[in-house]
Design a protein around this ligand. Structure first.
Ligand code: ADP
Length: 150
């Protein structure tokens, strides 16, 4: 049983994230979407319980996709789930710079953990949680970027 964690802030969970999970399903037997509290973005914009509910709705037909909120090191959480893989998405070189360091630190913290990166589908590359928050804050329609109804 190959389990991967898909860790992130998911504030909010977007169509870009959804695409990574659905493609990850071809690689892993089980994916645990792990909604964390990012230290840099302490204050969330979208309510965390609301996000969890929406993610559950989006994956209602996927019994091997789970969602969990966590507040600890990702490397530690992986041990709990017996997950040897972290799934992450890469949109551009900015993502790469960040992901490069974080995957190395995670490997240092948990030697058996490999981070697997999927390159974003081109049509979803411009979607980012931070831009969605800005559009939503000023009353714009963000529904085209989300895999569930607002
Ligand atoms: P974090 O706060 O840990 O960066 P995010 O919720 O912003 O978490 O993103 C989680 C993961 O999803 C990251 O690997 C990020 O690069 C990836 N990601 C975000 N948006 C997209 C997208 N549009 N397409 C593919 N991957 C994405």
């Amino acid at each position: 049983m190959k389990t991967a964690l898909f860790p992130g802030s998911f504030d909010p969970f977007t169509r870009g994230h959804y695409d990574i999970v659905m493609r990850g399903r071809h690689i892993f037997d089980r994916i645990v979407i792990s909604v964390g509290h990012n230290s840099k973005k302490n204050k969330r914009y979208f309510d965390i319980d609301w996000i969890v509910e929406k993610i559950n709705t989006a994956f209602a037909d996927e019994p091997h996709v789970e969602v969990e909120v966590y507040d600890e090191l990702t490397a530690q959480l992986a041990r709990k789930y017996d997950a040897k893989f972290l799934l992450r998405g890469l949109r551009n070189t900015t993502d790469f710079e960040y992901e490069n360091s974080i995957s190395q630190i995670n490997k240092y913290l948990n030697e058996e953990l490999e981070t697997i990166f999927l390159i974003t589908s081109p049509s979803l590359a411009p979607i980012s949680s931070s831009i969605i928050r800005e559009v939503h804050r000023y009353g714009g329609d963000v529904s085209p970027f989300l895999p569930y109804d607002l």
